[in-house]
Every structure is written in C-alpha cells, then in structure tokens.
Design a protein around this ligand. Structure first.
Ligand SMILES: C[S@@+](CC[C@H](N)C(=O)[O-])C[C@H]1O[C@@H](n2cnc3c(N)ncnc32)[C@H](O)[C@@H]1O
Length: 303
C-alpha cells in the first residue's frame, strides 16, 4: 500500500543524483520498503504525516550516517566513503535494512531531530551575490543569517574561491571552493566584500567545535545534489571550515535586528543589509522576508 512518505523519499533520491549514488540508491530502496510496510515504515511511523518542509528523508539518512560515524553500524559503514568504506553503493541496501530492523528504536529517535546541515558550499552562491551587492552599492555590508546552524556560512569572506586561474576571498584559507559558479555573477570580481557586521540565529545553535556539534553537522552529508557535491567533498569542506578560528557565535535570536526595512541599495545608514536564509524563507515573518538581495540570489541553492 502506498505510504504517505514514499513520494518524498523518491523525490529526494532523484535529487541526490549524480552527486551521491549511495544516497540515491538507499532512498529509492527505502521508498519501496515504506510501501511494503518494511522496517523503514516501522522506524518512520511517528513521522508518517510529517510535511516535506521538515525533510523526513534527510532526517533518516542523517540518523543512519550518525550511527555509521559513531562506529555503531560496521556493516553499513563498508559502503560509506566518509568512514573509508569502498563497497558498492548499489549493494548498501541489505546492510541498511538490517540496521533499520536491529536498531529501529534508536533510529526512530534520531530521525526525529531536525536537519542541521551547515552547507559551506552555499558560500559560493553567497559570495557571488555579495559581490553583486558590493559592485552595485559600493557599500560595506551587514550580513544576517536566519537558521544559521553552526554559522559556518557567516564566514563567507574568509574562505578561498578558485575561479579559473585566480583565487578570490582569502587565498590562504583552509577551505577552498573550486569553480564555484557555472556563469560569472554580474559583478566586479576583484572587489573586496566588506562585511562590517555578521550575525546568525537558530533555535538550535550548533557548536562546531564540540564533538556533538561535529556529529550533528556531519551526518546529513551527501544530500546537496543541486550543488553536485559528494559526501567526501562536503567532509573536506567541513574540515577546512572547522580549521578556521571560530569568530561568529550563533544565538537563538538575532542580536541586531534591522529596524528599517532594507532596500536593495542602501538602508540609509551607509551600509547595506543582506539575509542568507537557505530553507528558512517559508518560516520568516513578512518583515524579515524583505531582507536584501542576497536572499534572492541564494534561493536557487535552497536546502
Ligand atoms: C538545513 S539547516 C541550514 C543551515 C545554514 N543556513 C546553511 O545553509 O548551511 C536549517 C537550520 O534552520 C534552523 N531552523 C529550524 N526552524 C527554524 C526557524 N523557525 N527559524 C530559524 N531557524 C530555524 C534549524 O535548526 C537548522 O539549523
């Protein structure tokens, strides 16, 4: 019988190609297993009516990957490159199914946690958008991120970006994003992006320096197909961003809320304001939806 979550799993499987055949294969197999009333259906029973906005398929993939990273799923780990596994992605499902059966209660608990992925690959889009703002306004920028997770994207100007044969951003950064764009943004690329204020908020801020924070950020790796990135690339990026000094603390509320509605050009203060929101847009109040042009530019890279 058709399970209400199965279409979400199938959609997510399609989105995972070509970046992660492992996730695509597992999600497709889980969709069939949901329809068959198998162990995936048992684990996801508390969430069978969850809406796609809360990303149930990613939550379950995160739960599995967390157990792999913790060494609690040695058979499945053989298929996960993030822990050195090299066994065929196509044959991972039997091991995943056995884990869903054996550790159903633990997986059901973990799958209830929200998606906390902090995707530093999105800084590629964000940098392009900020360069456009800098080119058009010539102003320093205040950057606010709603749903910032660990705040790694608030360091957008501290990463290196290899564009053709030049390096933008901070050339000596431990995180280097290669060929960040398919086309050039309509901007002066050599302009420095001057961020005079940066702040992030999140109802569940993640401390990227703690072991728990690393585990929380890692598990959902490999699910950002629109950026065509594999779990291994994401792991490298996370390592690179973690190696940087921690400079921005994500709080539960934005410490500085813009009082004026910012215009795309100038909010009247000699600075311009951008909001980087990933999947948060639907959760924003109308007032915050009027954040500056950065939001519009990054929407194409929503989670
Ligand atoms: C998928 S993560 C994205 C993190 C980061 N923006 C990025 O692009 O890498 C979504 C984040 O939104 C947070 N979140 C969930 N509900 C929220 C809400 N109502 N307001 C603000 N943030 C929320 C979650 O805790 C989570 O850290």
């Amino acid at each position: 019988m058709a399970h209400p979550l199965a279409p979400q799993f199938r959609r997510q499987a399609r989105n995972c190609l070509p970046g992660s055949p492992l996730y695509a294969g597992l999600l497709d197999a889980m969709a069939a297993d949901l329809d068959d009333g198998g162990p995936t259906a048992t684990v996801m029973e508390p969430y069978r009516d969850d809406r796609s906005a809360s990303a149930p398929p990613l939550r379950l993939m995160g739960a599995l990957h967390r157990m792999v990273l913790q060494g609690h799923a040695p058979e499945l780990a053989l298929h996960y490159p993030s822990v050195g596994g090299s066994a065929s992605a196509r044959q991972a499902w039997p091991a995943a199914r056995r884990l869903l059966e054996a550790a159903g209660t633990e997986l059901a608990g973990l799958a209830g946690r929200p998606v906390q992925t902090n995707e530093v690959g999105r800084c590629a889009a964000l940098l392009g958008a900020l360069l456009v703002v800098a080119t058009r306004t010539g102003l320093p920028i205040r950057l606010f991120e709603i749903g910032a997770s660990a705040g790694l994207n608030l360091n957008v100007d501290r990463y290196a970006y290899a564009v053709d044969n030049r390096l933008l951003g901070q050339p000596d950064s431990t995180l280097r994003l290669r060929s960040p764009w398919r086309n050039y943004p309509p901007a002066e690329l050599s302009l420095p992006v001057r961020l005079v204020e940066r702040a992030g908020c999140d109802p569940l801020p993640v401390d990227p320096g703690s072991t728990e924070g690393r585990l929380t950020l890692d598990p959902q790796g490999g699910t950002r197909p629109r950026l065509l990135r594999s779990p291994e690339d994401r792991r490298q990026d996370l390592d690179g961003s973690h190696a940087l000094p921690k400079t921005t603390t994500v709080r539960r509320r934005l410490p500085t809320t813009p009082r004026r509605r910012p215009s795309p050009v100038d909010d009247g203060s000699g600075r311009t304001t951008g909001g980087d929101t990933s999947i948060q847009r639907g959760r924003l109040t109308p007032r915050h939806r009027h954040f500056g042009p950065v939001t519009a530019r990054t929407r194409r890279h929503q989670a």
